[in-house]
Design a protein around this ligand. Structure first.
Ligand SMILES: Nc1ncnc2c1ncn2[C@@H]1O[C@H](COP(=O)(O)OP(=O)(O)OP(=O)(O)O)[C@@H](O)[C@H]1O
Ligand SMILES: [Mg+2]
Length: 204
């Protein structure tokens, strides 16, 4: 398994766990490519700015799904597929499961999951994640972890929204065979140890 995703609500710990996991894998002698969605390509970072800026205002779920998927298509083709081809491990923050949650399960009037999966198949081709670790925290804990910084366009949507995002990720874990739910309310070190233990078997 070489394409590993960390998923979950804003503030659950994706970025910090990804940095630690990537460093540990490098210590094991593996080549590691750490990417974030949307982003990690020039067009992806430009779309990230657009998608997260509060000045962008509200967008339709279909518009958001297509823009996130456009960033994803560039990332998969230009960065992830070549890395996997070289034998590197890819550690990615977020993947299409975020699109399933944020543009379908967590929004009234969102897209059908099947519509999102159709676009996802087009964006990924054959290069799908091997495993998606969903860092599950309740909205209260996530809010506490986000406290030190100002909210982006999506984070600013309020408490009820964050509860629906958390429930959406729990539902997504049931729908998606690649997803593994991780209890991320535990200490940082406990969560990291769990991730390493699960990854260790495949990357040796
Ligand atoms: N298990 C943990 N226990 C306590 N604090 C944590 C834990 N995991 C991460 N944190 C802290 O919570 C904050 C948010 O973590 P981080 O930025 O990694 O989350 P994120 O999922 O990447 O958020 P975003 O979706 O907004 O990018 C950071 O200050 C981080 O150090
Ligand atoms: Mg982050």
């Amino acid at each position: 398994m070489t394409y590993v995703v960390l998923e979950g609500p804003d503030g659950c710990g994706k970025s910090s766990q990804a940095v630690a996991l990537a460093a540990w894998l490098r210590d094991q002698g593996r080549g590691v490519v750490h990417v974030r969605e949307p982003g990690s390509t020039p067009v992806g970072e430009a779309l990230r700015q657009l998608l997260l800026a509060t000045s962008t205002g509200e967008l339709r779920p279909i518009t958001e799904a297509l823009l996130f998927s456009a960033a994803r298509a560039e990332l998969v083709a230009n960065v992830i597929a070549p890395a996997v081809q070289r034998g590197d491990v890819v550690v990615a923050e977020r993947c299409y499961l975020s699109t399933v949650v944020y543009q379908s399960l967590a929004v009234a009037g969102g897209l059908d999951v099947e519509q999102i999966l159709d676009v996802t198949r087009a964006a990924h081709g054959a290069h799908l994640p091997d495993v998606i670790f969903v860092l599950d925290v309740d909205a209260e804990v996530a809010r506490g972890r986000r406290r030190t910084r100002s909210a982006d366009r999506i984070e600013a949507r309020g408490d009820g929204y964050h509860d629906r995002v958390r429930a959406g990720f729990v539902r997504a874990c049931e729908l998606e065979v690649r997803a593994r739910r991780i209890d991320a309310t535990r200490s940082f070190d406990d969560v990291q140890a769990d991730l390493r233990a699960q990854v260790a078997g495949w990357t040796a």
